[in-house]
Design a protein around this ligand. Structure first.
Ligand code: EPU
Length: 440
């Protein structure tokens, strides 16, 4: 990973010039968890449609450091967990990616032990791991903190338990679910997150011997296998196939609405994105939606003709926090005032500083709420001033703003965009955008 790479972007000066087709990749937030779940298996597993992003490479590397064999061939990843000989999650790699905490679930389930670094600060809020710890304690594990590491141990195996999560957390739902899969007896998880990525992984685990019911609702039941490892039932049906990335599809949809005359988004799941497509249609964007694609055509009306609206980010099926920042770029182009309330994270508006520098009219009401007045024209920054990706999604929001602008823009910290979007510059180029990657 090169942390010095930048995007050089030539803005379209508000013209809707882009055109073409985007094939949506697999959902990184589902593939990441399937990679962790591979620890629960008795032999090599194959994961398909895995996006080639930095986060996937990081978690694969963590698994290799645990002793597993992980190999990638195109969009397939093979993982052999039978050679795992360590339960210490690499602290340096884990610090760069909070999702690595999910590895503690399957490690504890299979080996009765996991160590994990105490989370440091994070650009999108404090993001504590208290609920994972609460869950593990309820399962009978002991937790000790030493040298900034949590050491979680369940020498006699994890016991079945009942857990009410005070918030609907994606990571807590997935991790405790995976921790319970091999236990002896019945586990009940209440107030679970309902994101489709969770169901995607759970359905695969069920095909391979797990007994999980209720995924996709707030109540999940797990009947443990009593230490019997999961087993891929037989090629190719037992391969895990990642669902399309709804956040990537939503990001390109917003790009298409603002910058494209015609854009077809293929290989997506519109049924996972209804909140986004409904908001855009009501705002005036014309979409043709089929089972696996969304098409924007004849998009010739000026963006200022779109209507403003208010949103609160919400757990699935509400408006995803991961589309909050690209949506703010969209709202900066429509006529009128919109309010955006961020309910999931308390620190996810940092990127607005960059939009303000370009000419957006955004008022920060408090760390959770902003008002956007549009339409704003984005102009090039004074010499020596550059834009920055603060996190994966904020990075996309800023790239989108640069594409809307007049002049040339430099976006720093492209490695953060690479955590979640595969080869973004190539895919934007294929639509006619002038975006190039350079190393400082
Ligand atoms: N939380 C706690 N205590 C915990 C765990 C979570 O307070 O022990 C809080 C978090 O701080 C946050 C809230 O719960 O305020 C919800 O976070 P959640 O646990 O649902 O998020 P996550 O599992 O850490 C996943 C995605 C994020 C996405 C969120 C919300 C992965 C790898 N990450 O994170 O994706 O924003 O769910 O949908 O699945 C991204 O892809 O750019 C990204 C940040």
């Amino acid at each position: 990973m090169n942390t010095k790479e930048t995007f050089h972007i030539e803005g379209l000066a508000g013209q809707k010039k882009l055109q073409g087709t985007i094939e949506i990749k697999g959902a990184k937030n589902a593939s990441l968890k399937a990679i962790a779940a591979a620890i629960l298996f008795d032999k090599e597993v194959t994961l398909e449609n895995v996006p080639d992003t930095n986060d996937i490479e990081t978690i694969s590397e963590i698994l290799r450091k645990l002793g597993a064999k992980v190999t990638r061939n195109g969009d397939k990843i093979k993982i052999d967990p039978t050679t795992i000989n360590s339960t210490d999650i690499d602290p340096e790699l884990a610090k760069g990616m909070r999702a690595s905490v999910v590895l503690t679930g399957p490690l504890l389930a299979r080996f009765g032990r996991a160590s994990f670094p105490a989370p440091g600060g994070c650009v999108i809020g404090a993001r504590p791991i208290d609920l994972f710890i609460d869950g593990y304690k309820k399962m009978g594990a002991t937790i000790t903190e030493r040298d900034n590491l949590y050491i979680i141990e369940a020498k006699n195996g994890l016991k079945p338990f009942e857990f009410f999560s005070p918030i609907q957390s994606v990571g807590v739902t997935e991790t405790l679910m995976m921790a319970a899969v091999l236990s002896k007896g019945k586990t009940l998880l209440k107030n679970c997150a309902m994101e489709p990525e969770i169901s995607n992984v759970a359905e695969w685990l069920n095909e391979c011997g797990a007994k999980i019911s209720g995924v996709g609702t707030t109540i999940i039941n797990i009947e443990g296998t009593n230490s019997k490892l999961l087993s891929p039932a037989g090629e190719p049906n037992s391969n895990y196939v990642t669902i399309p990335d709804r956040i990537e599809a939503g990001s390109f949809l917003l790009l298409g609405a603002l910058c494209a005359k015609e854009l077809t988004i293929n290989n997506c799941r519109p049924d996972h994105m209804e909140i986004v497509t409904n908001l855009l249609i009501n705002s005036g964007v014309s979409l043709e939606i089929s089972k696996t694609s969304i098409k924007i055509s004849n998009n010739t009306k000026p963006n200022s003709s779109f209507k403003p609206f208010n949103i609160r980010t919400h757990e699935y099926p509400g408006f995803p926090t991961d589309l909050q920042s690209p949506l703010v770029t969209f709202l900066s182009q429509v006529t009128g005032e919109s309010a955006v309330f961020e309910t999931i994270y308390e620190g996810r508006f940092k990127y607005t500083e960059d939009l303000l520098k370009m000419g957006a009219n955004i008022t920060i009401m408090n760390p959770r709420e902003i008002l956007i007045k549009g339409p704003s024209q984005f102009s090039a920054l004074p010499e020596n001033e550059e834009l920055s990706a603060h996190d994966i999604r904020a990075g996309f929001a800023v790239v989108l703003a640069a594409l809307l602008g007049t002049g040339k823009f430099i976006v720093n910290n492209v490695h953060l965009i690479d955590r979640g979007y595969e080869s973004l510059e190539n895919r934007l180029q294929s639509l006619g955008a002038n975006v190039t990657r350079k190393s400082k």
